[in-house]
Design a protein around this ligand. Structure first.
Ligand SMILES: NC(=O)c1ccc[n+]([C@@H]2O[C@H](COP(=O)([O-])OP(=O)(O)OC[C@H]3O[C@@H](n4cnc5c(N)ncnc54)[C@H](O)[C@@H]3O)[C@@H](O)[C@H]2O)c1
Length: 257
């Protein structure tokens, strides 16, 4: 499947070395976008960039920690230098510490807030002026079904993902008239390394699958490509009526008692 739904558009994608970010980079490239890929795993980021370039995509890679202002500065520079600006920002990098409130170190709380939430503010702050110069743009922030539903040991993660919904609405409202849209996606279970690591913590995939079957009415994880297709819709001009929304791509998890 390929087309021109993002033809000529410049898209920044964070967390692009793996999972949802990498899958979305592939999907965006298929639709003609030029890509600025960001991740703190430099080796895997460069491998992803090379693979996309080999397929004919225009790609620059920025290795760095998204929670740092200097990374956001370099992302902006890369978008301007390589492609003359930025139209789409997919704020997607995230971490998921699994630890109870009482056992959580202050540093763990700070890092999940910084990587999952503050980074989205830092990049939006730099990219929105570029979008305004171009007459508009689309920001998509990866939240989670865990923004509104949670379970023990996810206080940091759930708080950060709920904060993303607030930031998304605030940006949407502030820049709606100028054509900068901002939406959140809230995936349920998705088949990525994030959950492979969780399975290891729980003692193997055999322990994880019954939980997925019980929580997600579809009975299975979404694929990265299924989530990337939702992000593509929000990035494209097909969704110009939608801003400030949280789209639950969760296999009915949030509808289930
Ligand atoms: N997989 C799921 O079931 C699921 C469900 C809901 C939401 N999410 C969210 O989707 C997003 C992507 O997760 P994924 O499942 O693809 O995970 P993943 O672990 O496969 O990919 C995350 C990527 O983010 C990068 N990253 C982490 N910290 C970073 C930092 N400080 N700076 C730059 N890059 C950093 C990692 O190196 C990795 O490449 C996350 O925000 C996650 O919370 C995932």
């Amino acid at each position: 499947m390929s087309g021109n739904r993002l033809s000529g558009k410049v898209a920044v994608i964070t967390g692009a070395a793996s999972g949802i970010g990498r899958g979305t980079a592939e999907r965006f490239a298929e639709e003609g976008a030029k890509l600025v890929l960001v991740d703190n795993n430099e080796a895997r980021l460069l491998e992803a960039a090379e693979q996309l370039k080999a397929g004919g995509a225009s790609v620059v890679a920025v290795a760095g920690d998204v929670s740092l202002s200097e990374t956001a500065d370099r992302v902006l520079e890369a978008g301007r230098d390589a492609f003359g600006g930025i139209d789409i920002l997919f704020n997607n990098a995230g971490i998921m510490p699994v630890v109870s409130v009482l056992d959580m170190a202050e540093e763990t709380w700070d890092s999940v807030m910084d990587v999952n939430l503050k980074a989205m503010f830092l990049l939006s702050k730099r990219v929105i002026p570029e979008m305004l110069k171009r007459g508009g743009g689309s920001i998509i922030n990866t939240s989670s079904v865990m923004s509104t539903l949670t379970e023990p040991k996810y206080a940091g993660y759930t708080s950060s993902k709920a904060g993303i919904i607030g930031l998304t609405k605030a940006i949407a409202v502030e820049y709606a008239e100028e054509g900068v849209r901002c939406n959140a996606i809230c995936p349920g279970w998705v088949d990525t390394e994030l959950n492979q690591r969780l399975a290891v913590e729980l003692g193997g995939m055999d322990k994880l699958y019954p939980i997925i079957k019980q929580q997600q009415p579809t009975g299975k994880m979404a694929t990265v490509r299924e989530i990337a297709n939702v992000v593509l819709f929000l990035a494209s001009d097909e969704s110009t009526a939608i801003t400030g929304a949280s789209i639950f791509a969760d296999g009915a998890t949030s509808a289930f008692i």
